[in-house]
Design a protein around this ligand. Structure first.
Ligand SMILES: [Zn+2]
Length: 244
């Protein structure tokens, strides 16, 4: 299997993982940047992540226009294209409405990493509010203008919330983006629980930096690869192949 086919296969597995781990339900989507053409990305047609197959995947340019394909795309594909345009370091994007995160988008309590597994979230998880620039909307990112506005708020970090809507994470790989999406929700759930008990001791900036560098240096079978294999098996998508 060539590298692009491996990534296309991983996109199917990523969709199933995100559904199985409760990050996506009928909604939500994952994409990756074309490894040979940074101005293109791949994403499934508009279908629930649990149902995605290889044949559902469409190639897009960074404006969200499909390349020779007239099947129905996700309305919010603009989240992906505008982030790839703004962030050359990003190779995969996950957008979801995972429920644990929602309270932090509608209150003034920021999400901050509090568990070693969640250091990947980085120092700052901003909240984007569609109403700030666009007034009353249906809250979905349905245009490149909205996508660019969101990408500006997203900045150089790993994750951002959308008020009353959901969250988006990025990664240097599909595996990193999936990992970050899962642990963003884990962190949100634990933070909400811990705040019921009293003041929370969050990770320090130095701890976050050390965790991120360790994950970045992980060897095959460690870090993102270990979680990927575990989640893929749980989702019924056995993945025992060596890491490309
Ligand atoms: Zn959405």
């Amino acid at each position: 299997m060539d590298y692009l086919e491996t990534l296309l296969s991983d996109l199917v597995t990523a969709s199933r993982i995100l559904a199985h781990e409760g990050i996506c339900d009928a909604f939500g989507h994952v994409s990756f940047r074309h490894p040979d053409n940074p101005k293109r990305f791949f994403q499934a047609r508009a279908v629930a992540p649990e149902l995605v197959t290889r044949d559902d995947i469409i190639e897009f340019d960074l404006d969200g226009a499909a390349v020779s394909d007239d099947r129905k795309p996700f309305l919010e594909r603009f989240i992906h294209g505008t982030l790839y345009a703004a962030r050359p370091d990003v190779h995969s994007v996950v957008h979801s409405h995972s429920r644990g995160v929602i309270p932090f988008g509608i209150t003034d309590v920021p999400i901050r990493p509090l568990l070693h597994s969640c250091g990947v979230l980085g120092h700052d998880v901003p909240v984007w509010d569609a109403a700030d620039t666009f007034g009353d909307t249906n809250l979905l990112i349905a245009s490149n203008d909205m996508g660019r506005d969101f990408a500006e708020t997203f900045g150089q970090g790993r994750a951002a919330l959308m008020r009353g809507h959901g969250s988006t994470v990025v990664g240097r790989s599909i595996r990193e983006a999936v990992y970050t999406a899962v642990y963003l929700d884990v962190n949100a759930q634990l933070q909400a629980a811990a705040m019921q008990l009293g003041p929370v001791k969050f990770l320090s900036d130095g701890e976050i930096d050390l965790i991120q560098s360790r994950l970045g240096d992980a060897k095959p079978g460690e870090g993102y690869d270990r979680t990927w294999q575990y989640w893929a098996r749980r989702a019924g998508m056995a993945d025992d192949a060596p890491v490309p």
